[in-house]
Design a protein around this ligand. Structure first.
Ligand SMILES: NC(=O)c1ccc[n+]([C@@H]2O[C@H](COP(=O)([O-])OP(=O)(O)OC[C@H]3O[C@@H](n4cnc5c(N)ncnc54)[C@H](OP(=O)(O)O)[C@@H]3O)[C@@H](O)[C@H]2O)c1
Length: 270
């Protein structure tokens, strides 16, 4: 493409910041937004602010609107389903409609948590059956987008990590916990497909370049348990794997149920 204009809603997040970096690296024009975490060069936008959403979209007139912005905290969604619905459903509709009105392609990020994790990994053609509020709201958005927004691309991904020193990055959290000497527990019965944010960004952009729409699974090529992943990270940082204590998910006392035998399979690619 080369000179396409992009808006990345949630440019301050893990996926959004990698999208912005990849888009600008190839010479496209990309504006990113933040909400609670300001970053240099980004524009403030609360996706619940209808007037501001409209103003930003009309002024920028982008060709592509990327929406990694979300409330991805699964346990918070479970405790506050109203907030989850506002951010993971209502804000998505508002943004998608406005993007469609200005003629932009809309790219939404979703999750393997739309599946129940009884028999993973899941393909694009498998039927969702979410176990928790977060997954139900993401699926609700997917269904609405497919029915109302022509050409929408829905990228489902799983267990996103990066090289960033930021607490929302799983790899960083593990490294910091190892350094602090705190006991580290990881579930042996939760299996999924870790995905590098940088690769996810590149592959998402390739998918848009190729004109893909509908549902697309984009994940890393390795499927393993939280425990195996955490133990491998410990060894990578010079600690023996035994510093990681195996545990079962139900023993963690989390608010939201997790899909256990989860992860995704990529069937189509740009
Ligand atoms: N991380 C994963 O493992 C994972 C797995 C599967 C699917 N996904 C999906 O991938 C997408 C990106 O995830 P991520 O890891 O990049 O999440 P993240 O790092 O938590 O980023 C979320 C983004 O949403 C923005 N945001 C939150 N509330 C907002 C509001 N009211 N108005 C505007 N922006 C708001 C945040 O802005 P501020 O930080 O500036 O407030 C941030 O930029 C999400 O849709 C998530 O559901 C993630």
């Amino acid at each position: 493409m080369g000179t396409t204009k992009h808006l990345v809603v949630g440019g301050s997040g893990q996926v959004g910041s990698h999208l912005l970096a990849a888009l600008t690296a190839r010479g496209d024009s990309a504006l990113g937004t933040y909400h609670h975490h300001p970053r240099e060069g980004l524009t403030a936008l609360d996706m619940n602010d209808e007037a501001k959403v409209l103003a930003v979209l009309q002024e920028l007139a982008p060709q592509v609107v990327w929406m990694p912005a979300a409330l991805p905290d699964v346990d918070r969604c479970e405790r506050d389903p109203g907030l989850s619905h506002r951010l993971n459903v209502e804000a998505v509709r508002r943004l998608a409609r406005t993007a469609d009105d200005v003629g932009a392609k809309f790219v939404f990020y979703s999750t393997d948590y739309v599946f129940d994790g009884r028999r993973g990994p899941y393909r694009e053609s498998d039927m969702p059956h979410p176990l928790q509020v977060y997954g139900r709201h993401k699926w609700e958005s997917e269904e609405w987008l497919l029915g109302h927004i022509p050409g929408v691309l829905i990228v489902r991904t799983a267990w996103v990590y990066s090289q960033e020193d930021n607490p929302r990055n799983f790899v960083y959290r593990i490294r910091e916990q190892l350094r602090s000497g705190q006991p580290l527990k990881a579930a042996t019965d939760q299996v999924s497909t870790p995905t590098s944010a940088a690769e996810l960004a590149d592959r998402s952009i390739r998918a848009v370049d190729a004109g893909l729409d509908g549902i697309l699974h984009l994940v890393g090529g390795v499927r393993l348990s939280r425990y195996a992943w955490t133990a491998a990270l410990a060894e990578q940082y010079g600690y023996p794997a035994r510093v990681v204590q195996p545990i079962l998910t139900h023993e963690l006392g989390l608010a939201a149920q997790r899909p256990l035998d989860g992860g995704l399979v990529t069937e189509r690619e740009g």
